[in-house]
Write a protein that binds this ligand. Structure first.
Ligand SMILES: NC(=O)c1ccc[n+]([C@@H]2O[C@H](COP(=O)([O-])OP(=O)(O)OC[C@H]3O[C@@H](n4cnc5c(N)ncnc54)[C@H](O)[C@@H]3O)[C@@H](O)[C@H]2O)c1
Length: 280
């Protein structure tokens, strides 16, 4: 549940804030008192959300893979709202699909530009503004595919792993400016990205909630609000001693499947099956 007034007077940028996880986090920050700049490639959708949320929300069409766009987003947030406290580097897409032997260098560059260069640029340009306020929080969206690479496409998984490494090294450098830097690793979240259609319908989202519920030990697909709650925690003073961490929010998916659910012959040949305590 939102904590009213938790972010009173605070300013956040949410990249990819027009849809899915980003939009859920924008709503959470607004509900908790922050002012938010929605920085998204889809300028129309970002503006529509900002209009809906009122005067503490604003939108700027931003391509997170372009340095001038990220720099402009930071300037816009500080000009409009007086400073910057929270940067959520979240925008993304599925990246290039298919076998590595068929992937082009352009596929590779686009995937890493949108998923990794964006996080580098977000950290680079947000840091001086956040430092000017005496510190704050940067949160980067990785994925459970960073920890279990076989669950995602090659380049997506590699890019998200790079986001985890960058989060760790950044946390060391930014600590002296009192800026914490953490990553969230969402599991399967019912968003347009997950259904593979930027204009996903409610029916499509409902279909994946139904078909993929059992993939998580907690028995349901995740929702944008599940990630927003974790991002809000990491952005808040409750996480004042947390930096350089990778926070999995995935209904337990990354620790599964449980032993009994592995298919044969794994279970019958696994050495644990043959282990017995000594006779007494
Ligand atoms: N949905 C999942 O299951 C899932 C799981 C793990 C990680 N993630 C990650 O979560 C993040 C958000 O994804 P989502 O599921 O909310 O997807 P989404 O498609 O609902 O939202 C992504 C947003 O990013 C924007 N975007 C895409 N490219 C951009 C660019 N170059 N510049 C600026 N904005 C851009 C899109 O316009 C869109 O509004 C992504 O980084 C994604 O990789 C999602």
């Amino acid at each position: 549940m939102p904590i009213p007034d938790r972010f009173d007077g605070k300013v956040a940028i949410v990249t990819g804030g027009a849809s899915g996880i980003g939009a859920g986090t924008v709503r959470r920050f607004i509900d908790e008192g922050a002012s938010v700049l929605i920085a998204d490639l889809n300028g129309d959708q970002a503006s529509a959300l900002a209009d809906e949320l009122g005067e503490r929300a604003a939108a700027l069409r931003t391509d997170v893979s372009k340095e001038e766009d990220i720099a402009a987003a930071v300037s816009e947030a500080t000009d409009l709202f007086g400073g910057l406290d929270i940067m959520f580097n979240n925008a993304g897409f599925g990246g290039a699909l298919g076998p590595l032997v068929e992937a082009s260098v352009d596929d590779f560059d686009l995937t890493f530009d949108v998923l990794v260069k964006s996080v580098f640029l977000g950290i680079k340009h947000a840091t001086p503004a956040i430092a000017e306020r005496g510190g704050g929080s940067i949160i980067n969206t990785a994925s459970i595919c960073a920890k279990r690479p076989g669950w995602g496409p090659h380049l997506y998984s590699a890019a998200k792993s790079a986001v985890l490494a960058l989060t760790e090294t950044a946390s060391l450098e930014l600590a002296e400016s009192n800026i914490r830097c953490n990553a969230v690793c969402p599991g399967l979240i019912a968003t347009p990205l997950y259904v593979g259609n930027p204009k996903a319908t409610e029916e499509q989202l409902a279909a994946v909630r139904e078909s993929d519920a059992s993939l998580q030990p907690l028995g349901r697909v995740g929702e944008p609000g599940d990630i927003a709650a974790a991002v809000a925690f990491l952005a808040s003073d409750d996480a004042a001693w947390v930096t350089g961490q990778h926070f999995s929010i995935d209904g337990g998916m990354n620790v599964g499947p449980k032993f009994e659910d592995w298919p044969e012959p794994f279970r019958t040949t696994h050495p644990i099956r043959h282990h017995r305590p000594p006779d007494r």
